[in-house]
Design a protein around this ligand. Structure first.
Ligand code: PEP
Ligand code: MN
Length: 362
């Protein structure tokens, strides 16, 4: 192995295992000066482990800046020499993989608009065959865990051993607080499906704006994510892409200092004993809830039989609305959100209907 190549491997290995792993840099590489100044200022904060920059930018609509292309790769190489920070870029085609590797990019990532397309993912995976480089895979833009899982499988089948996940939120139609709704439960489900696989949170593309970046980053850390990817720019308001969500390297450092970092575990015996007691209480309450739900379904069965005997429909909208109104009022006093009550009662109601349906058609 050439010395330069060996150094690249080492840098990638070390950074891959660093926790929390903090990745930052501009949405897009714009000019050589911008890339170098960003890298130097990020490095000066001492809080960033890896430099990111988009070289090829898949934009949803034509007419926006689509990246400087291959000519930006030597700028990243220079930034790495200048700061020692390993570098990562997004790749979406086989040619981009080749070019990125040719310029010693340490870690690659697959973007959200690529993860949705199995042909593109396969092309990237084919270009990775026989290459030893870590790859991070962003969630697809639509909330579909199978596509995300499929991309992981394709890259793994190409022989890539180090695969990480990036949660960047999911698009949803209409205006929400977020540019891409986090749908935390999906990322959590993906974490459960892939135990031990690195999961990075990307608050920049979730929020689409600076003012709520911190809250999303903190939530990710509270949920035991392995790190953060946050876009930074030396002059955010004039960035050529994603201007609203980028922060200066110095602002990023302030944000990172304010985050309350959590650990996953502690050797303290007292902590474990207390947790054990509380978890037993939870188990006990869960058992009771299940018992009660079972009883509730038995009553629903009775109602089903009675309705059948009298030839009455299963669904009665008025009754359902009054159940919900009662539950909202009670739930509020108990500190249960309207959103939770709705989801919970929808599920219970559906199960009730299924029970009654079976009885009515027996
Ligand atoms: C990006 O990281 O700049 C980017 C284009 O992200 P995503 O693929 O999440 O939209
Ligand atoms: Mn971006």
């Amino acid at each position: 192995m050439q010395a330069a190549e060996a150094n690249t491997k080492n840098a990638a290995q070390t950074v891959w295992n660093k926790r929390p792993l903090i990745i930052s840099g501009p949405c897009s590489a714009e000019t050589e000066e911008q890339v170098l100044e960003t890298a130097v200022r990020l490095n000066k904060t001492g809080k960033v482990d890896m430099l990111r920059a988009g070289i090829w930018k898949p934009r949803t609509r034509p007419g926006s800046f689509e990246g400087v292309g291959t000519k930006g790769l030597p700028w990243l190489q220079k930034a790495k020499q200048l700061t020692g920070l390993p570098v990562t870029v997004e790749v979406a085609t086989g040619k981009q993989v080749e070019d990125a590797l040719h310029f010693d990019i340490d870690i690659l990532w697959i973007g959200a608009r690529t993860t949705v397309n199995p042909f593109s993912v396969q092309e990237v995976a084919d270009a990775l065959r026989g290459v030893d480089v870590p790859v991070m895979i962003k969630n697809p833009i639509n909330p579909d865990l199978e596509l995300w899982t499929g991309a992981v499988e394709r890259v793994a089948k190409a022989g890539i051993k180090q695969i990480g996940l990036i949660h960047r939120g999911f698009s949803s139609y209409g205006n929400t607080e977020y540019r891409n709704a986090p749908m935390w439960h999906l990322a959590i489900e993906m974490k459960l499906r892939n135990p031990g696989m690195m999961m990075i949170n990307d608050p920049s593309h979730i929020c689409g704006r600076r003012d709520i970046l911190f809250d999303v980053a903190q939530k990710a850390i509270d949920l035991d994510y392995d790190g953060l990817m946050i876009e930074s720019h030396i002059d955010p308001d004039h960035a050529w892409s994603d201007a609203k969500q980028q922060v200066t390297p110095e602002r990023l450092a302030e944000m990172l200092s304010s985050i309350r970092w959590r650990k996953e575990d502690t050797p303290s015996e007292e902590f474990h004993a207390t947790m054990e007691k509380l978890r037993q209480q939870i188990n006990h309450l869960d058992d009771e809830l299940l018992q009660i739900l079972g009883q509730r379904m038995k009553v629903a069965d009775e109602i089903g039989k009675y309705k059948k005997a009298n030839n009455i429909t299963i669904l009665q909208t008025n009754r359902w609305n009054s159940i919900l109104e009662r539950a909202y009022a009670k739930g509020e006093k108990l500190g249960l959100s309207k959103e939770f009550i709705t989801k919970y009662f929808d599920a219970v109601h559906m199960e009730s209907i299924n029970h009654q349906n079976k009885i009515m058609n027996d």
